[in-house]
Design a binder for this molecule. Structure first.
Ligand SMILES: *Cc1c(COP(=O)(O)O)cnc(C)c1O
Length: 359
């Protein structure tokens, strides 16, 4: 059987043998009684790593964002958020459904940012006509794009000056941090791989601009399940209550937390490898007629099909599937690199696409 090269998402990874061993060896308790040592260790670790007082282990990134928005906002409040942000567009409207918190979506700039002028203009005065603007929610990376740190500092400073809280959906925070660490390397050292401590330092630099940060362990970090929400002790106490209401109080979840801890110890630095594979894929597809390849900043490659190629989109995906290669999208295809793909796999994907277009 040929190995499937699954580029649909970085969520498809299988736990490694070493990660499974760490899970099986984890001491367990009942986390609803707060006595699962592996959950407590993970929460302490991620909070300290990102510079927060406390953290909460949650089953999904969606629940993490829901807990965050509802812990920051009351009914009748609103949060400012990007049109393409996961916590607005891809979470079933949960904050509105469960919390009566209204989103105020803004269009993104081409680099994924929300303009400071747009944010400023969206903050409502204290007037009975308006929902109370309470929160700015940003996402990094957004569609694989790294938000510039100077931008994050300026946007979160603006929000703070207007009395808003700041939440980061950092599902792929460590991808952002790995890309940022690479950009900050002196030119003479650009050929050196980034170090674990450099990536962690950048993750912390980004996270410290916010009052709360959500991080996924089940994406590029390669754990099977789980996210963490970080913030102040008071904030996490409120989020904990919401997690309970959302049915997210888990029992011997140390089994899962141990996988996340393993990922934080062993899979952070290697995100740079995923980024290199994404560049390899993009370079391999350069020059094919009708394909417009967006140069990747992290581990996601978007390929737009234009002209005659647009009509062949479905046939291309079927052709790839036949060759054991999976991707998502229709006229805008998405390829995501991760722990379970390597350079030969990427080259195979490139070859199959070139064969399809005979380019
Ligand atoms: C995947 C993702 C989430 C949600 O993760 P789930 O665990 O699938 O609920 C949230 N935000 C962003 C940016 C994501 O990419």
């Amino acid at each position: 059987m040929t190995k499937i090269i699954d580029l649909r998402s970085d969520t498809v990874t299988q736990p490694t043998a070493a990660m499974r061993a760490a899970m099986l060896a984890a001491p367990l308790g009942d986390d609803v009684f707060a006595d699962d040592p592996s959950v407590n260790a993970l929460q302490d670790k991620i909070a300290a790593l990102l510079g927060f007082e406390a953290a909460l282990f949650v089953p999904t990134g969606t629940q993490s964002n829901l807990c965050a928005i509802l812990a920051h906002c009351q009914r009748g409040d609103e949060y400012i958020v990007g049109q393409m942000a996961h916590c607005y567009r891809w979470e079933g409207g949960g904050a509105a459904v469960f919390g009566s918190v209204q989103p105020q979506p803004l269009n993104h700039q081409p680099d994924g940012t929300l303009s400071l002028a747009d944010i400023d203009a969206a903050i409502k005065p204290d007037d009975a006509h308006f929902a109370r603007t309470k929160l700015l929610a940003l996402e990094n990376t957004l569609g694989g794009k790294l938000l510039p740190l100077e931008y994050i500092q300026a946007a979160t400073a603006l929000a703070h000056s207007k009395g808003l809280s700041r939440h980061l959906d950092g599902a792929r925070l460590f991808n952002a941090a790995a890309a940022q660490a690479a950009l900050l390397q002196p030119v003479a050292e650009r050929t050196h791989p980034v170090r674990h401590d450099q990536v962690v330092a950048q993750a912390r630099a980004i996270a410290q601009c916010f009052d709360s940060v959500s991080v996924c362990f089940s994406k590029g970090l390669g754990a099977p399940v789980g996210s963490a929400l970080c913030g102040s002790r008071d904030f996490i106490a409120r989020a904990h209550r919401i997690r309970k209401m959302a049915g997210g109080g888990m029992r011997q979840s140390g089994l899962l937390a141990a996988a996340a801890t393993y990922a934080l110890d062993h899979h952070v630095q290697r995100l740079a490898d995923d980024h290199a594979l994404a560049r390899r894929l993009a370079q391999g597809l350069a020059g094919i007629d009708g394909l417009v390849v967006e140069p990747p900043q992290t581990n996601i490659v978007f390929v737009d099909l234009t002209g005659a190629a647009r009509e062949q989109s479905t046939a291309l995906l079927a052709h790839l599937e036949q060759h054991g290669i999976r991707a998502t999208g229709l006229y805008r295809l998405r390829f995501v690199t991760h722990l379970d793909v390597d350079a030969p796999g990427v080259d195979q994907a490139v070859a199959a696409i070139r064969q399809f277009f005979q380019a």
